[in-house]
Design a protein around this ligand. Structure first.
Ligand code: AMP
Length: 217
């Protein structure tokens, strides 16, 4: 399947992308993970993105498009992809659809995961991530803590709060979402590609997507 996944930070885009990836092997592509990997490896992309990310702001559209133009042409995208956290602005969406036209790709669906603001705030401020870039396992200090406090169950590295998951950065990210990303809902609705679901149950979101794709094909 070829999907764009929309939703506020903390809506569960990554979790849903992983579940959908298990359905048919479509590759999950998270721009946030790519940028964090680029920072870790000291690459030029990472150097350019770092300051924006730690402030909870979006990285520049031109930088993101350069990263994604390269990523979408990797062979593993041929069998389908789940774009998690991209596009995040109208200019990115326009550039993405030009790129799709150039590459002969047809998008199946834009999935919009809806979640109330208080739920997002609670989820993100209690979220912790394994700092090992190869692992990046996600924990929650309330609902899913690691067995040993601060230590990753999977690889033994430190489990930390991301710079952009402090309360101040989260408030900025939510504001950025409302201003820059929420308009994409209208963009995809106009194109007849939008599917909106509440994020209450991951299984129900997955069933809504497979149901819609099944009936469309
Ligand atoms: P995420 O893990 O998707 O929440 O992304 C973390 C941060 O990476 C965001 O707050 C942005 O600073 C940056 N980022 C990720 N994806 C994009 C994108 N499509 N456009 C601009 N910035 C992005």
């Amino acid at each position: 399947m070829k999907l764009v996944i929309l939703g506020a930070p903390g809506a569960g885009k990554g979790t849903i992308a992983k579940l959908l990836s298990a359905v048919d092997g479509s590759v999950q592509i998270s721009t946030g993970d790519i940028l964090r990997g680029a920072i870790e490896s000291g690459s030029e992309w990472g150097r350019q993105a770092q300051a924006y990310m730690s402030r909870g702001e979006l990285a520049p559209d031109a930088l993101i498009m350069e990263v994604m133009e390269a990523r979408l042409q990797q062979p593993d995208c041929e069998n389908g992809f789940l774009l998690d956290g991209f596009p995040r602005t109208i200019p990115q969406a326009q550039a993405l659809h030009q790129l799709f036209d150039k590459l002969g790709i047809t998008l199946d669906l834009a999935l919009n995961i809806e979640v109330p603001r208080d739920v997002v705030l609670e989820r993100l401020t209690t979220r912790r991530t394994c700092e090992n870039p190869e692992c990046q396992a996600i924990y929650n200090i309330k609902s899913k803590p690691p067995a040993r406090e601060g230590v990753c169950d999977k690889c033994g590295s430190a489990v930390v709060q991301r710079d952009d998951e402090t309360e101040a950065a989260i408030n900025r990210r939510l504001q950025t979402y409302t201003e820059k990303t929420a308009p994409l809902i209208g963009f995809y609705r106009q194109r007849g590609l939008l599917l909106t679901t509440p994020s209450t149950s991951s299984e129900e979101v997955v069933a809504a997507v497979t149901g819609r794709l099944g009936s469309a094909h």
